[in-house]
Design a protein around this ligand. Structure first.
Ligand SMILES: [Zn+2]
Length: 114
């Protein structure tokens, strides 16, 4: 399919010049369907969110550990303190994981709904 660049009339392949405006015909541009940008944005957003949350989880656990150590007034590290620190880290990872999973489930649900 060919098309006149001036009047946008469509012609069959064998024509080369527009009969109305004597313009040279060009190949008709395939008009692409407008892509769903919302899906792309939310995908990228979720990816960034996941990375940020993963990066933040050690910071969260570190802060929790600091709060705990200040509360119990730790003078020196013991096995119990170390266990608490590990627990805080694991729990913050768990919370972050749940948040990421919730977003993924929501996204999956939304994309399959429409
Ligand atoms: Zn024309």
């Amino acid at each position: 399919m060919k098309q006149c660049p001036k009047c946008n009339s469509e012609y069959e392949e064998e024509y080369t010049i527009c009969s109305d405006c004597n313009c040279e015909l060009v190949e008709k541009e395939v008009i692409e369907e407008p892509e769903n940008n919302n899906g792309k944005i939310s995908k990228g957003f979720l990816f960034i969110l996941a990375i940020v949350l993963i990066l933040f989880s050690p910071i969260i656990s570190f802060k929790l550990t600091l709060i705990y150590f200040n509360l119990v007034d730790v003078q020196q590290y013991s096995a119990e303190n170390f266990k608490w620190m590990l627990g805080a880290y694991h729990q913050s990872l768990l919370v972050v994981g749940i948040i990421i999973c919730l977003h993924c489930i929501l996204y999956f649900y939304k994309s399959h709904k429409s």
